[in-house]
Design a protein around this ligand. Sequence first.
Ligand code: KE4
Length: 445
Amino acid sequence: MKPSIDPRTALHTDLNEQLMARARQVIPGGVNSPVRAFRAVGGTPRFVQRAQGAYFWDANGQRYIDYIGSWGPMILGHGHPAVLEAVQKAAADGFSFGAPTEREIELAEEILALYPSMEMLRLVSSGTEAGMSAIRLARGATGRSKIIKFEGCYHGHADALLVKAGSGLATFGHPTSAGVPPEVVQHTLVLEYNHLAQLEQAFAQHGAEVACVILEPIAGNMNFVRASVEFARRARELCTQHGALLIYDEVMTGCRVALGGAQSVYAQQIPGFAPDITVLGKVIGGGMPLAAFGGQRAVMEQLAPLGPVYQAGTLSGNPVATACGLATLREIKKPGFFDALSAQTRRLVDGLSAAAQQHGVPFAADCQGGMFGFFLLPELPRNYGEVMKTDGNRFNTLFHGLLNQGVYIAPALYEAGFVSGAHSDADIDATIAAAADIFKSLSIK
Ligand code: KE4
């Protein structure tokens, strides 16, 4: 018999706490990825026992409405029957071969059909691997070393990308992590997101040396911050003008904000817009370890075994992961799926905004497709510095208040949220009601 759960008390954390104590003995911080440790919000991570549809159940059998969905991949919800069947069949045919399979071709063809900016792609096993490889490819294809990234954007944990802005405008970066030698990031320029003048100056100063600009077109690692259309346009123009490659990191936004990713949204506002390289992950793997990077043929054919840029992976294009990704893509491509998902996400965001307004809580939210973000701020932030003006204690009150009512949002104020095709109207309404209950204590009326 599962212990009775009183959502208003901490009773439901005892088995999670026991597991966390055990985990800390054998895994650094008790987790295999830092954000899972709840360090930003405090409290005890929930150890997932199982998940189905829009929900997961923790070690105590407590059910949560899941708005993380593995940080984006579970766009269909957990355990979709068509995906489960595809994975089970693929596994029965073999886990991994280290040799080419037809299914890798099928998945590449399906993805390329959604991204006209790409003629070819390479499958890998994580977003970090895809981003790291894209940077190496850009450097190899241009023969240049410098890269431009933006504060608040996360592109995985490759050394060259673990960097924070140097002092002052358009200066080269400093490592954000121990173990990254300064010389590794000396070619990485970190600018303020959406800051046109800084971008212009960086190209004016270093344009001939810039291999690439990499950015999250909608920055989900700042919760939810859009590149302004003018910023997106100038980044494209400046890259073209100076012979640099524009890399869109769509690991989070790809097949999530739209089937064709954020680039398809910007292409509606900027005629002919296209990045040179796109990095994908999460949704295209459906929850299995799979990511990709791709671009025009002339660039992609610089990769080994054809060209001089080396890149490889034992489990790249893994047959079980590709089955999971293919089954997922085939479901979300079905007519009506994305319209329904977008409407459900919009319903959540509008409901939360209305509840916050009713209770006098400064609150700004945005969404695109199945991805959303909200801020306990009077208006939407445009860059990392503005995001971080959020009062962390107020966010933590909201986070834990929702958690204790069985609603699971990201345990960090700079992370985005995700709705799946399995989230029902009742789930959305319950979430809004739970938030309204907490907004009463956050009112500044
Ligand atoms: P992975 O190596 O974690 O598969 O992907 C790295 C990555 C690259 N680019 C973007 C835009 C990403 O959002 C990510 C990973 N996202 C985080 C969530 N902010 C994954 C969660 C985690 O680190 O545990």
